[in-house]
Design a protein around this ligand. Sequence first.
Ligand code: FE2
Length: 387
Amino acid sequence: MAAEIKNLKDLQNTEYGLKKLFSDAEDFLPLLGTDYVELYVGNAKQAAHFYKTAFGFQSEAYAGLETGLKDRVSYVIKQDKIKLVLTTPLTKDGPINDHINLHGDAAKVIALWVDDAASAFEETTKRGAKPFLEPTREEDGDGYIIKSGIYTYGETVHMFIERKNYNGIFLPGFTKWESHYNPEPVGLKFIDHIVGNVGWDEMNTWCKFYAEVMGFAQIISFADDDIATDYTALMSKVMSNGNGRIKFPINEPAKGKKKSQIEEYLDFYNGPGVQHLALATDDIVATVSQMRDRGVEFLYVPDTYYDDILERVGDIDEDVEVLKKHGILIDRDEEGYLLQLFTNNILDRPTMFIEVIQRKGAQSFGVGNFKALFEAIERQQARRGTL
Ligand code: FE2
């Protein structure tokens, strides 16, 4: 694909046209949306409490010893369209234990909602995907689902979930989780994108995987000099499915004077994996201030970031002083602008974090902020004589 294609609109304007480009995707793998993200964690009960308290998720469903499981427990938490599943093993050995031991708490499954999970499995494995789970039927009194799974980067998995014949709370085997502790939502609406970090020289391999195996198209690409200061370099490409609901940026480290933040991730995660979930809100000031009040720590944004902000992004609806007070970042592309902010790592290993994003027309991912933010930090370092 041509390098000048920066967004979906550009793609539409190419000689191929969006429909033609995505026609294969629509033929062989229609994805209706993200179904859920499952995290393997050391202590799901406490993790669920954290995500409810700090991020405003609601108790949704539960499966464990009480529902007949012997080897693990899962809590499902929900906020608007976002569903997270937190799973902990109850026995000493097994694949979940191994995963936690190697990667720490981690996003294992990015589940995709499909009409036909058997066909999704067949079409993707036929194109070279490594199988994780053959199409499997699960049922209970509320109907049945079909699920199947394939591996993507590292040990991360895409599960295809076909739920058109199911009316239960989540999936067969889960029961409604009733809790007396129900902190208010903070306004997070849906998953905007999910970013994967892959190893040196692996970005193109995985973009090719999404293109050829999943029928995605590349919508944006950033070279190392786009997202590079002297100290932090990375490269990124964004893959999107046909209807644009699923967007997976893929990062790889790039050479700089110091260790790339992607390389640091790979060291602590012990391989490729999910770096961040970007969760959309339509009122980022309200969302971020509530999250701060509830103890969420965000990436520190130096005041200098705002010094030349309006020159960089032009007119915006929001009061810059309010954005500055909350440390909210702004970036603009050809279609509009976006507001975003990144949490600090939400785990002890410097691996996963959460992004809060509000789009005001922009369809890109805030590349201007990477550089502006890192340079702002470096300006401060320079003043302190620590650069
Ligand atoms: Fe992001």
